[in-house]
Design a protein around this ligand. Sequence first.
Ligand SMILES: [Zn+2]
Length: 248
Amino acid sequence: MSKRTRITITAAMALALCASLVAALTLAQAPGASAAVSPARAASSASAAAARSVAPRPPIVQKYIAFGASRKAQMADYSQRHYHQHTYLLTDPKAIVLHHTDGADWQSAWNTFNANTAYVFNGKSEKPGVSAQFIVDKDGTIYQLMPLDYRARHCIGMNWKSFGIEFVQESAGHSGRWMDQQILNRPKQIDAGLRLVRYLQARFGIRTADVVGHATANSSRYFKDYTGIRNAAGDWFAPEVAAFRSRL
Ligand SMILES: [Zn+2]
């Protein structure tokens, strides 16, 4: 098998993985300053409020996938193998990974993520199944699939530190780059995605340089995987990520 063939197959596998990813967040409202809080707390709240005024929370529809005790245990075990951290919790998110669903509607992606089907990569079958914190539909609807402090399995090397955002887009026989260009040129969808990313950046202190694509994630400063695997994804290469960042 030629190297080129292997790369093509690996990319196809990664795309299939991506198609089975989605995510969700629990967006607790930060408390406002009041007479009962300390000056320091009040100052912190005022600062957070200022950040939110710059990047307000967009409308978000909560459609949680199943993520019960067994899936939490699977995510903790996955995190132990890949990150040497035995936890399913996402405690300090500092990056965002952009994806596309490789399907024409949000429900099919949600169904895949909800199913918790073991995913095979490099011949190794692992649980939990893939998921992501958010799906952004073509009409601009933002779906949250999981609490924001849960880790989703959406991107090799990044699940310990990042949110995953899936944009609905089918391939229609075209390349991954073409698919992302459709998203960038679909005003309702891209505007919703930008609003969501701006909000997450403000709330969690995420730098624009740390908004990456699935296809660029291997070079993220937060990338790590102790089993040695790397992404070979076909969604959100550098030119489209640059176009996205330029609009933040
Ligand atoms: Zn992806």
